[in-house]
Design a protein around this ligand. Structure first.
Ligand SMILES: [Zn+2]
Length: 159
């Protein structure tokens, strides 16, 4: 299933999402899907839009799940939590919910992420750096209702 990607300023993009515990099925567009099917469809949607990540609020669901393209592999993340050291780096980013806009965003270079790949799976703790760390932080920001236009100190570049 390919979802419609919401564009700013849709209010659902600006809301904080709820973590999911003990939920196996979710209603979307009047259809009941498992969390795993939802994540598969989110990967399909992100691929079709040429994106490298997608978070549930971008398809109108305020729950803490996202998918990220890391080293050419799609990774599903349920309830991701990021911790980091102090080293940061500023790079230009785009967002599927802000078509045609690019923003300079300062992010942590190295992060430790706790997440699950399946609802009933174990918690995975993994270290990511550089572009992979940036992609995850971008998607986790979506789960907090934060878009790149809020993170940038520099004027937005319209391309
Ligand atoms: Zn985005």
């Amino acid at each position: 299933m390919i979802f419609k990607i919401l564009k700013y300023p849709d209010h659902r993009l600006l809301q904080e999402s709820a973590p999911i515990y003990d939920i196996d099925k979710i209603f979307i567009n009047n259809t009941e899907v498992t969390v795993d099917e939802l994540l598969d469809s989110m990967i399909e949607t992100a691929k079709a839009a040429n994106g490298c990540g997608l978070a549930a609020p971008q398809i109108g669901l305020n729950v803490c799940v996202c998918v990220c393209l890391l080293d050419d592999k799609w990774i599903k993340m349920i309830n991701p939590e990021v911790s980091s050291n102090l080293l940061t780096e500023t790079k230009v980013e785009g967002c599927l919910s802000l078509p045609g806009k690019k923003c300079s965003v300062r992010r942590y270079k190295d992060i430790l992420v706790k997440y699950k790949e399946t609802v009933n799976g174990n918690i995975i703790t993994k270290f990511f750096s550089d572009q992979n760390a940036r992609t995850i932080q971008h998607e986790v920001d979506h789960l907090k209702g934060v878009l790149i236009i809020k993170k940038t100190n520099e004027p937005t570049i319209f391309s």
